[in-house]
Design a protein around this ligand. Structure first.
Ligand SMILES: Nc1ncnc2c1ncn2[C@@H]1O[C@H](COP(=O)(O)OP(=O)(O)OP(=O)(O)O)[C@@H](O)[C@H]1O
Length: 308
């Protein structure tokens, strides 16, 4: 398989603190890959290692088939960091010229690529304005323009739409989908799960520094069965029975949402409610959303308490 990203047991310790542990990822070329996890899970640590901003404590990684740090490969990679902050005394065009020089672009390439990326991120007509006069959303667009400048084979985006309004988010989604259509690979770090769900092909979930699941998004979604039940008469017995059948469940008023791994567990849920004295009014199987999967996986991760 032609891999854009491969990591083998990548580990980072900050002194005694664990940033990430034994991360093994395989991302094929031409995909949008979503890297998901709660705050402090280790997402930025991994991105920083892959971008050469941090050295791993142990483990290995390859980007576009070459070990980390390969200079030729760096020119084929674009990066939008989470906490973007640019030289606000520069105009957007000057900022892009500066980044183009860092990428070692020729003058001819600068002339070709700078207007291309300004147009791509929707800043045409505003490119000679100073960054300090830009709104946060415009600054994020300028950051994305910097990341797109080398026409990258591989693009790392850390929360790329955090400052954008819904229209801006849609613009960025369209840009990413276009890039995938032209064979580029995108590594997307985002908390906006509905957005990830719309565009990602594969995802990995990280919790407490460890990848707890990864794979094709549709396959992962169909492996998880979500059942919504509405019943009256919740009691301790029902609660215990539910926790022995479901990998996780939440209770809101008369509604219980349970996550199970086998179809055979669905009738069991109904049985225990009735046998333990509950009155069942409704039971529906739901297609699990990425948000539900995320919550249930993070809860599972908490139950199998990690190294913290
Ligand atoms: N420079 C550092 N020194 C010590 N610990 C750190 C450092 N940077 C990160 N950590 C710790 O490493 C763990 C992973 O942090 P990281 O920033 O990678 O998480 P994250 O998933 O990107 O979080 P968020 O979604 O909040 O950005 C956390 O426990 C964090 O406190």
């Amino acid at each position: 398989m032609d891999l854009a990203i491969e990591t083998v047991k990548l580990t980072k310790h900050y002194g005694k603190k664990v940033g990430c542990t034994d991360i093994c990822l395989r991302v094929s070329r031409g995909q949008i890959f979503g890297f998901l996890g709660p705050n402090g899970a280790g997402k930025s640590t991994l991105v920083k290692i892959l971008m050469g901003l941090l050295f791993p404590t142990s483990g290995e990684a390859r980007l576009l088939g070459k070990p980390l740090g390969d200079k030729k490969i760096r020119r084929k990679i674009g990066f939008l960091p989470e906490n973007f902050r640019y030289h606000d005394w520069l105009t957007c065009r000057q900022l892009l010229e500066f980044h183009a020089s860092l990428y070692g672009m020729s003058n001819a390439d600068k002339k070709r690529h700078i207007p291309r990326v300004i147009n791509k991120v929707g800043l045409t007509g505003r490119e000679n304005q100073k960054i300090c006069t830009y709104s946060k959303g415009m600054q994020q667009r300028a950051g994305l323009a910097c990341a797109l400048l080398p026409d990258p084979e591989l693009l790392f985006l850390d929360e790329p739409t955090s400052a954008l309004d819904p229209l801006g988010r849609r613009d960025v989604r369209n840009i990413l989908v276009d890039l995938r259509a032209s064979g580029k690979t995108i590594f997307l770090n985002s908390h906006l799960l509905s957005e990830v769900e719309m565009i990602c092909d594969t995802v990995a979930f990280i919790s407490k520094g460890t990848v707890i699941r990864q794979g094709n998004l549709d396959e992962l979604r169909s492996a998880e069965i979500i059942v919504e039940m509405r019943f009256k008469g919740m009691n301790e017995q029902i609660r215990n029975a539910l926790s022995s059948i479901a990998s996780s469940f939440t209770i809101e008023g008369d509604t219980v949402i349970a996550s199970v791994s086998r179809e055979e567990d669905i009738p069991l849920l109904a049985e225990v409610v009735i046998q333990c004295g509950g009155s069942l009014y409704e039971l529906n199987r739901k297609r699990s959303s990425l948000e539900e999967m995320f919550i249930s996986m993070v809860r599972e991760g908490d139950n199998n308490a990690g190294h913290y």
